[in-house]
Write a protein that binds this ligand. Structure first.
Ligand SMILES: Cc1cc2nc3c(=O)[nH]c(=O)nc-3n(C[C@H](O)[C@H](O)[C@H](O)COP(=O)(O)OP(=O)(O)OC[C@H]3O[C@@H](n4cnc5c(N)ncnc54)[C@H](O)[C@@H]3O)c2cc1C
Length: 334
C-alpha cells in the first residue's frame, strides 16, 4: 500500500487567508483543490509538502456566470477555478456556448475524479512522464530522473531538458476560445491568456508563481459563435489521461467560408502546441475534405511525439492526422 507522507491540513475560507498561510509556510506548503492529482503524486513522493492549503472552502473560487462588459464584445463567461469538472461538463451555459469545453471536462478521468477534481487543478496540473509517475522505489531503481531527484532525462538521455508531457484536457480548448486565467498572489492580481500560461519546460510548465492562486477563468462570450471541436486519444474509453488531445475552433461566414481557425494539440510536449499557419492556408476557403486533409497533413509535419508515454511514439504520430481530421470533420458538420 502506498501511504501519504505526514502533513498539516489547513482550510482557509478566503483567498487572503490562503495567501497568508502560503507566505507563512513558504516552500513547505502547497495548495490543494480536489487533490485528484496531488494526492497520488504525494503517495509517489513526487511532492512532500508539510502543509496543504485546501482551496475547496473558498467561496470566491466558485460560480459560473455571465458577466457583462462595457460593450457587448467585452462580455465574458466567468468560471470559478474551484468549480468541479462535473459542474463544468454539465453546466447549461457552457454546454450551449462552449460545447467543446463541456466535452473536454467530461472526458477527464472518470466520474468520481470529475466530482472532486476542479478546472483550476486541471489548468495547474503537473506534467507527466513514464519515468516520473512511478513509485519512489521504481524511480530510485533507475537512478531517478531530471524532473525529480536525478540529473538525466531517460527520454532524451541527456541532462539538459525535461520533456514530461502536458496532459490536461481543458487547456487546449480554452486556448482556442481565447480564454484568460486570473491569478491572485502576494503582489496583487494579474490576468494571463491561457495560451501564454504554459512554457516548454517539463519540470515546471506554467508561469504561475508558486504562491499564486488561480481564481477564475474568463472566456469571451464572443467566442461562442465559433464552431468548436474536441477529440481525445487514450488507451481506454474512461479514466485514462490523454495520449493526444486536439481542440479546434473556427469562425465561418454566412457562406461557410473560414474567416479564422485555431488548432491546438496536447499530450505530446511540455506545453499545449498551437498548430501554425492554419489560418494562412484555410482563410477564404470552405472546410471541405481537401482542406481537412491539408490541415491534418500540416499538423502531422509539426508534431513529433517522444517516448514520454507508455505507447509507441510512432503510433502516436500516425494518430495525429487521424484525430485532427476527426476534429475538423466535427467542425465542418456542426
Ligand atoms: C486515474 C486518473 C486519471 C486522470 N485522468 C485525467 C485525464 O484524462 N485528463 C486530465 O486532464 N486529468 C486527469 N487526471 C488528473 C486530475 O484528476 C485532473 O486533472 C483534475 O482536474 C485535477 O484537479 P484537482 O482539483 O484534483 O487538482 P489537485 O490535485 O488538487 O491539484 C493539482 C495541482 O494544481 C495546483 N492547484 C489546484 N488548484 C489550484 C488553484 N486554484 N490555484 C493554484 N494552484 C492550484 C495544486 O497545488 C497541484 O499542484 C487524472 C487523475 C487520475 C488519478
Amino acid at each position: 500500500m502506498l501511504r501519504l507522507p505526514p502533513f498539516r491540513y489547513h482550510r482557509p475560507t478566503n483567498v487572503s487567508e490562503a495567501l497568508a498561510l502560503m507566505s507563512e509556510h513558504g516552500d513547505e506548503a502547497m495548495y490543494v483543490a480536489g487533490g485528484t492529482d496531488l494526492v497520488p503524486n504525494m503517495k509517489h513522493r513526487l511532492f512532500e509538502p508539510h502543509h496543504l492549503i485546501a482551496l475547496k472552502s473558498i467561496e470566491e473560487l466558485r460560480g459560473i456566470q455571465e458577466i457583462e462588459g462595457r460593450d457587448a464584445d467585452d462580455a465574458i463567461l466567468r468560471i470559478g477555478a474551484g468549480e468541479t469538472l462535473t459542474a463544468v461538463a454539465t453546466n447549461k451555459k457552457i454546454q450551449e456556448f462552449f460545447p467543446a469545453l463541456a466535452q473536454a471536462a467530461a472526458h477527464v478521468a472518470g466520474p468520481q475524479l470529475r466530482n472532486s477534481g476542479t478546472i483550476g487543478g486541471n489548468i495547474c496540473l503537473d506534467t507527466r512522464c513514464t519515468y516520473y509517475n512511478q513509485t519512489h522505489f521504481w524511480r530510485e531503481a533507475l537512478g531517478f530522473c531530471l524532473k525529480k531527484d536525478g540529473d538525466v532525462c531517460h527520454v532524451t538521455r541527456t541532462g539538459k531538458k525535461c520533456v514530461a508531457a502536458h496532459s490536461a484536457d481543458t487547456p487546449p480548448v480554452l486556448i482556442t476560445l481565447d480564454a484568460t486565467a486570473m491569478f491572485v498572489g502576494p503582489e496583487g492580481s494579474r490576468e494571463l491568456p491561457v495560451e501564454d500560461l504554459f512554457v516548454a519546460d517539463g519540470i515546471r510548465n506554467t508561469r504561475r508563481m508558486r504562491e499564486e492562486i488561480l481564481t477564475e477563468i474568463r472566456i469571451p462570450l464572443a467566442s461562442a459563435t465559433r464552431r468548436q471541436a474536441y477529440v481525445k486519444l487514450r488507451q481506454r474509453k474512461s479514466i485514462d489521461f490523454p495520449l493526444l488531445t486536439v481542440a479546434v475552433a473556427a469562425d465561418l461566414d454566412a457562406k461557410d467560408t473560414i474567416t479564422g481557425i485555431t488548432g491546438v494539440v496536447t499530450g505530446l510536449g511540455s506545453r499545449p502546441k498551437t498548430l501554425t499557419k492554419w489560418s494562412e492556408v484555410a482563410e477564404g476557403r470552405v472546410l471541405n475534405e481537401e482542406l481537412i486533409e491539408e490541415l491534418a497533413e500540416r499538423a502531422h509535419r509539426q508534431c513529433h511525439p517522444l517516448e514520454n508515454m507508455i505507447v509507441d511514439p510512432d503510433w502516436r504520430r500516425a494518430m495525429i492526422p487521424v484525430f485532427v481530421q476527426r476534429a475538423l470533420q466535427q467542425v465542418a458538420q456542426d
